[in-house]
Structure formats: C-alpha cells, structure tokens
Design a protein around this ligand. Structure first.
Ligand code: BG6
Length: 504
C-alpha cells in the first residue's frame, strides 16, 4: 500500500473503494455528500469501482435508496434553478449504490458490512461517520472488533469523522484515545469542511507562492487580524443539537481556528500532510491560554432575538423549534486571542461568528499599521485611514487590498481604493458543495486537509478557558436578528481603538 504524502499536481480517478455512509438518511448525506460524489463522477474523478453503501436503521431497498437520493438531488438542483442532472453520469454512479439496514450498536450490522466488502472485488474501504457524534466511538470500536480496520499491503481501511469532534478538551482527548486504540492516525480523516473551500486553500498558495506577502506578514506591519463568519440563517431544524453546542463549540475550535492557522502558520517544509499539519498544530498550540478572568474579559456571548432580515420578520432563538424558552445558548460569539510566537507577538486576532446577522459573509481582514511617519500632517490628509487586505471566503470569493491613493485635483486629498481579485473573474468555478476535494483526498489517501489529533486538541485547549469562564457566568447579550451581534461585540474592538470591518 502506498501512502501519498505530497499533494497531487494532477488528479487521477480515485481507486476502487467501498464507501460506507453511516447515517445514510441524514441531511449531510443527501445535501452534501452524494451531490459531491455526483460532481466528482461528472468530472471523471471516480473510477467505476466505487461502491456507495448507505448504512442506517430504517428499512429501504437498494433501488429505493438510490431513487430517494436521485429525487432529493434533482429537487435541490431545481430549487437552485439548475435542471442539469446528467442522467448518464447519475446512472453510472447509481449502479454502485446499495443499502445495509442495521443498528449502529448491533454487532451483526458489522458482519453485513464485512460481507459487502467481500463481494465488492476490492478490499479498500472507507467508513464515513455522518452520524450523531454519540456514535463516533461506538461505531469505531465495533469496526475494530469486527476486524474491518485491518489494512493489508493491497487494501486500505479509512474512517472519516464529522464534526463536532468532542465538546471540550477532555471529550476530544477521550475520543482520540478511543479511535487510536483500533486504528492508526494514518487511517483517521477528521473533517472540517472549511478546508474543502477553494479560497481557504488559496490562502496557503497565495502566501507561500508570492514572496511579496512574506515581506509584510508579521507584527512589524500588521496591526491586527479579524476573522468573521457571519450567517443569515438561524438554527433551522437543529435546535436540539445547537442547544448543547452553541456558536463557540460549533464554529471556533474548528472552522475559525482553521482560518486562523492558514493565516498565521509558518511556511511548511513541504506541501504534504505531515508538514502542513505540523505547522498548524504549532500555531494553534501557540494561542495564549487565557486565565478564566482574561477569557471572560476577552469574549462576548450573544443570542438573537426576533428581528428582520431583508424585510422578512424572523423569530428569536428562544422561539425556535426545540429550544428552551429561557435558553442561554449563544448564537454569536466574539473573541480576542493572542498568538505567542515571534511573528505574531502583540498582534491581536479578533474572531466573531453569529447566526441571523445582517449578511452572509465569511472573511479575514488583515489590518496594516499606519505608515510610520506622517509627512502629510500639514495638509488636509493629517489622519491616514487604516489600510487592509481582505480575503473573502464566501459569498464573493477573492482577495482585495484596500489602500490609500491621491484623489485627482490640486488639493492633497486621499481616498481608499481597492486592488482586487475575484475568483469568478479569473477561473471557471465548477459547481461544488465543498466536500468534493475532501472526499477525493480521502479516497486517494491525502490527509493534508484533514485535522490531526494534535490540531484538534490544541484547538480545544485554546477554547477551554472561554468554556470555563462561561460556566461560571453564562449571561448572554441579546441582539436583534439582522444586526451584527450585540453592542459588546463592537466594544471588544473599540476599547482597543479599533473597529470591525463593515460586513457585506
Ligand atoms: C457547520 C455548522 O459546521 O458550518 C453550522 O455546524 C454552520 O452551524 C456551517 O451553519 C457553516 O458552514 P458554511 O460553509 O455555510 O460557512
């Protein structure tokens, strides 16, 4: 068996594999995984030897399961005004789709999976755990006990784990320990779907292939960094999950810290899984562990109340389905963290994420220090506006420098101008759910874009002081749906003489 250790420069079709989707009737499988498999098939990146096997407790025939997926995808696409499900591509993919009915906690289910592998003509298997998190360790243990995780030189066995990976440092460590009892780190693919986003991957490519960036990418030139993931959606149908999770656990140790790592990590020695993940673990591990008092002072919890977005009246969080009427779960969080290393000492990283904010906007703003000498001070331009680099992850993917330029005319006046690049202007963007790269990388054995055990644990370690502080004081500040968080979120920056970049 060969383990790929460098990212590919040319994409070949993935090898024949049996892909088990645990939680086959769940939303993730229907909305994201199967559409991603369809996109990969259409792009010629899946060979004919791929078998997709749904595993769940409901009874349904193989054909019924394939049909259900097809209907769902057609509806989803039609909902987006796209009627182009290619029947030839779908029927090739559907040929490999089947279903196993079984309880995840029943050993006989795993005997059925073994029989499926024996029938498939390949020993390669991927077990994708798109289940509720409480099943992760149970399923892994049973896969191990049934001998399904034993690799041979000819056949790989891999396990994909969705988030949330633990709910704090202790549970994440326990889950890692449990997984590592039945398989090696090389077999574990911990997913963070943000890493499948082109713009996120582009941060590394831009930083490390254009030498100009390195010249100013440090505390001499950068004043602070802002990372925002603003959503307009509420908790939708996930009230009961969200009640125990909240914005911090749902978004920060995973998605926002991945963005932070992409911005702040040192150049890896190679563009391969070990080197890239080693640098990420180092930088996330360098986030200063706040004391409980510091964590309280450097964090803001918010919860949306009824309000409006685009003229549409929306309920408050406490009125959502399966949410307690006196819930204190946060739907917004803003944090200030510091990274204790040579490059970043003294540069605050401000992070915020929230639901029901005014716009959908995921962006990183690198704010530069003002020019060191104010030679224009006797003119109208005595106060220079801050300049910055904005990397937008979604919805309008690209990067823009916001710089100062002289406004034409006799008087010396300046304005902010934009130097930018939008993906859509340069590249044809293939329809994508964000999972295509991750599924393909898993099938071809490239772990670069997956989280290693130490990446996850370092993330929880940095978040733990906030969890501890909030356990003592769980007060949550209200903001109206359609606002960009509570006032205290603004004050986290204004007290440092800074302001959040305007969203949208
Ligand atoms: C998920 C969270 O991991 O990421 C959701 O559980 C959140 O609550 C989603 O809405 C955001 O992802 P994206 O790709 O829409 O930014």
């Amino acid at each position: 068996m060969t383990h790929v250790i460098r990212r590919k420069s040319k994409a070949e079709p993935a090898p024949a594999t049996t892909l088990f989707l645990f939680g086959a009737h769940g939303d993730l499988v229907k909305r994201l995984l199967v559409p991603a498999l369809y996109n990969l098939k259409r792009n010629g990146l899946l060979g004919d030897g791929l078998r997709i096997i749904g595993v769940d407790h409901n009874a349904i025939s193989d054909e019924g399961f394939a049909q259900k997926l097809e209907d769902f995808i057609r509806n989803e696409m039609a909902g987006k005004g796209d009627h182009t499900l290619d029947p030839a591509v779908w029927s090739k993919l559907a040929k490999g789709i089947s279903y196993v009915q079984g309880d995840f906690l029943d050993d006989s289910t795993y005997q059925k999976l073994a029989a499926k592998i024996a029938d498939s003509g390949t020993g390669n298997a991927v077990f994708y755990l798109a289940t509720a998190p409480r099943f992760f360790s149970e399923v892994a243990r049973r896969l191990g006990a049934a001998g399904l995780l034993e690799e041979t030189p000819e056949a790989f066995r891999r396990v994909v784990i969705e988030k949330p990976f633990g709910s704090d440092l202790q549970t994440a460590e326990a889950l890692n320990a449990c997984l590592l009892k039945v398989m090696t780190e090389k077999q574990i693919y911990r997913i963070d779907h943000y890493l499948g986003k082109e713009t996120v991957q582009n941060i590394l490519v831009s930083r490390f292939s254009n030498s100009l960036f390195e010249a100013f990418w440090n505390n001499h030139y950068i004043d602070h960094v802002q990372i925002t993931a603003a959503e307009t959606v509420g908790v939708e149908t996930r009230g009961s999950f969200y009640e125990h999770t909240g914005a911090l656990r749902d978004m920060v140790p995973n998605h926002l810290f991945q963005l932070l790592a992409m911005v702040a990590m040192e150049p890896p020695a190679a563009f391969g899984a070990d080197a890239v993940r080693g640098e990420k673990a180092k930088v996330i591990g360098a986030i200063r562990p706040w004391t409980v008092e510091e964590a309280r002072a450097n964090s803001v919890r918010g919860q949306y109340a009824a309000g409006q977005i685009d003229g549409k009246a929306l309920p408050g969080y406490r009125q959502e389905d399966r949410v307690a009427p006196d819930s204190k779960t946060e739907t917004y969080v803003a944090l200030k963290v510091m990274i204790d290393n040579w490059r970043w000492v003294g540069v605050p990283f401000y992070l915020r994420t929230g639901k029901r904010m005014s716009v959908r906007d995921t962006e990183i703003v690198i704010c530069f220090k003002p020019a060191p000498y104010a030679q224009f001070r006797d003119t109208e331009v005595d106060e220079l506006q801050p300049t910055y680099l904005r990397i937008q992850i979604q919805p309008n993917e690209g990067m823009w420098f916001d710089l100062l330029a002289k406004r034409p005319g006799q008087a010396l006046k300046m304005d902010n101008i934009e130097l930018g690049f939008a993906y859509k202007d340069f590249f044809e963007m293939q329809p994508s759910t964000g999972y295509e790269t991750l599924i393909y990388d898993c099938l071809t054995g490239d772990q670069t874009l997956f989280q290693r055990a130490d990446n996850i644990e370092n993330g929880w370690r940095a978040v733990q002081p906030f969890l501890d502080a909030w356990q003592q004081d769980s007060s949550v500040q209200s903001y109206f749906a359609g606002e960009n968080g509570p006032k205290a979120g603004e004050e986290l920056l204004t007290r440092d003489g800074r302001v959040w970049h305007r969203l949208g």
